[in-house]
Design a binder for this molecule. Structure first.
Ligand SMILES: O=C1O[C@H](COP(=O)(O)O)[C@@H](O)[C@H](O)[C@H]1O
Length: 222
């Protein structure tokens, strides 16, 4: 794990947006299409405000959420809604969005659509203070199956203490990403990250799954 500390949130978001654009551009030189999975939640909005303005061949980029809450896309907690509002604007609106809400073809159809977008060229993950990442929550009854090496690419998960069920990319998808970044802010998440690294047990600390080889971007400012 590599840790980059930033002076403030603004610097961190600009720097990470440029890094991601560089990685996506590099992948586009040898791939027809490039897949990028991005987190929801409260932290990454400013990153998307910066990333959407970078010069990319956006019509060859696929964007996937790392996880989704089972609410409509207009709901304030929808990760899709946030990505559409903050990232898929201007030139970036040409990117293909592979959403995680199941359609009429159910979870099997969703798993097929996600599988066609794999492997992920670039993965950005957030993390909660409970050490969850994507929607792999400690204590969720489906966690063990979602961490299994033969898990389907997406699963429904029922996190304890959350208002709705979720859909999440699973461990094999996250671990197979070609480049992994973790974006966190604040002292409590930094402490949680260190706890997860010490535990090294994805059942108790799901973020531990991806720490090896990941670059963590952190600033104390929240
Ligand atoms: O539930 C979620 O939480 C994590 C962290 O979110 P934040 O609000 O603390 O930044 C996020 O990465 C994930 O995508 C989201 O659905």
């Amino acid at each position: 794990m590599k840790l980059i500390e930033y002076a403030d949130t603004e610097m961190m978001m600009i720097d990470l947006a440029n890094t991601l654009a560089g990685e996506i551009n590099a992948a586009l030189t040898h791939e027809d299409r490039v897949s990028v999975a991005l987190p929801g939640g409260r932290t990454p909005g400013p990153l998307y405000d910066d990333l959407c303005g970078t010069s990319l061949d956006w019509d060859r980029v696929r964007i996937l959420p790392t996880d989704e809450r089972l609410v409509g896309p207009d709901h304030p907690r929808s990760n899709e809604g946030m990505l559409r509002a903050r990232l898929l604007t201007g030139a970036a609106a040409q990117a293909r969005f592979v959403g995680l809400r199941p359609g009429a073809d159910g979870m099997a159809g969703l798993a097929d659509r996600v599988a066609r977008a794999l492997p992920l060229n670039v993965l950005v993950l957030g993390m909660g203070e409970d050490m969850h990442t994507a929607s792999l929550f400690p204590g969720a009854p489906e966690l063990e199956s979602a961490l299994a090496p033969d898990a389907p690419p997406v699963m429904q998960i029922t996190p304890p203490d959350q208002p709705e069920p979720r859909i999440t990319l699973t461990a094999p998808v996250l671990r197979a990403a070609l480049s992994t970044h973790i974006l966190i802010t604040g002292a409590a998440k930094r402490a949680a990250l260190e706890r997860a690294a010490a535990l090294a047990d994805p059942q108790r600390a799901p973020i531990a799954l991806v720490l090896k080889g990941a670059t963590v971007h952190w600033t104390e400012e929240e």
